[in-house]
Design a protein around this ligand. Sequence first.
Ligand code: NA7
Length: 529
Amino acid sequence: MSVDFDAVIIGAGFGGMYMLHRLRQKGFTARVIEAGKGVGGTWYWNRYPGARCDVESVQYSYQFSPELEQEWEWSERYATQPEILRYANHVADRFDLRRDMQFETRVTAATFDEAANLWRVETDKNDKIAARFVITAMGCLSSPNTPKISGLEDFEGPTYHTGNWPHEGVDFTGKTVGVIGTGSSAIQSIPIMAEQAKHLTVFQRTANYTVPAHNKPLDPTYVRQIKASYPEMRRRAKTKPAGIDFTINTASAVETPEADRAREFQSRWDYGGLGFMASFGDLLLNDDSNKLAADFVRTKVREVVKDPKTAEALVPKNIIGCKRLCVDTGYWQTFNRPNVTLVDISDAPIERITATGLRAKGQDYRFDALVLATGFDAMTGALLKVDFRGRGGVSLKEKWNEGPKTYLGLTVVGFPNLFMITGPGSPSVLTNMLPSIEQHVDFIADCLEALRAKGKNVIEAEPAAQEAWVGHVGDVSNITLRSTCSSWYVGANIPGKPRVFMPYIGGLPAYIQACETVVRNDYEGFALA
Ligand code: NA7
């Protein structure tokens, strides 16, 4: 039985683009199927005002091509969405990727044909493609979550979701705007929307921790230094749990004298960004240490926000770093503006959306426009929108009834020749996505090459290996405080989603080592046929 392509790759974000490039380099044929009109994935869809990466741009970039590293110029410490999208387009052009991509097409189903040992892929454009392998590169935060608030369809004005923003942009000048949500997308966009809008009302269910970005144009001398030593920086980054090259202080916060501790927190705060959580080694392991970091940030809210009632509502109550830490530019300061109101809905959900706005806590609010900054069905949402059918016609949805189970976050028992780039059970969202993507892509490409060399065409995770990996992922997640709160990491933002800590929290170095051991032991834990 002949195949149309060696592989179908679903998604043309950073994962899908590099996967195509690597497969081509190894002489495989591949077709990328992408729902959007262009490349970029997350950065194609997330165009809300203020969208930018919270990993520094020199690190949030591909490392597979030293030439690409040298020629591309990032302009700011944290790249904006338009700049990252330009970068994605540059990569697509530079490596001539588009000729093997099919845009504006969604994969709807993929069924493993056991007789022929290949995948039959179907799309919403009625394509029927036979491929030996299917590789998902659909992103971890790419299936927008529209909450089921009653009356949502009654609102007569425009409703926007931060994760699916109109490409032509939205001008809120002179408009009254309601925003639901105070996660990372809201925290980035609220300061900008507030500058435009006549009035902005923010509905906050959970107050979030955020650290200043201290974003700035990149200094040419600094860029020269980075470019002169990229390989060393990348190597250092791979030794860090998050795959980001920042200094980690391994000392315990509670055991550090108060003055030293305050100095460490303050210097991290002044530097800005996610490195704040690396102030001490036990912030996510020890409740008392976590409270010290949390209290430091809580004090900052009170210092910034002038109205005491608003300040208290904005003070985060939960564990710092449990939900993803945000990085902002002027977020709390925005609540000092006369045209911004915070409505704390932590004690009572929004009652309903109305034709003219919404009703919360017995009060009606009127808006011209409504913004849903309500996040994503993370990690499994996009995967489960495709009707994957493995051996015996079993669906992935059924298989993951009680939460995702994978071997290495890459493969699933009963779904031969299906690989997931940054799937659940891999470090993915807890790391800098670009190096994690590259590591997965390299693993998959090398694996396909090894199969070809051995004359095999089927690879499948073994049940015992998957069980052991799932157990390990669960065990390490239980050690940290990160698994203890209602975050999207555990699926808590989606009603009915099984509560499982989905990413692998053992750190990128441990994960890389696990993958390397598997390869060294001739694809241990996999059955080859
Ligand atoms: P997040 O971080 O999931 O934030 C979503 C926000 O929306 C969060 O504040 C939620 O409150 C809120 N939310 C969700 N549903 C509702 C309802 N029904 N009512 C009120 N408020 C609601 O998504 P983001 O897009 O901001 O960021 C996602 C990731 O992208 C981020 O972590 C970065 O990695 C990049 P909750 O906290 O659940 O109480």
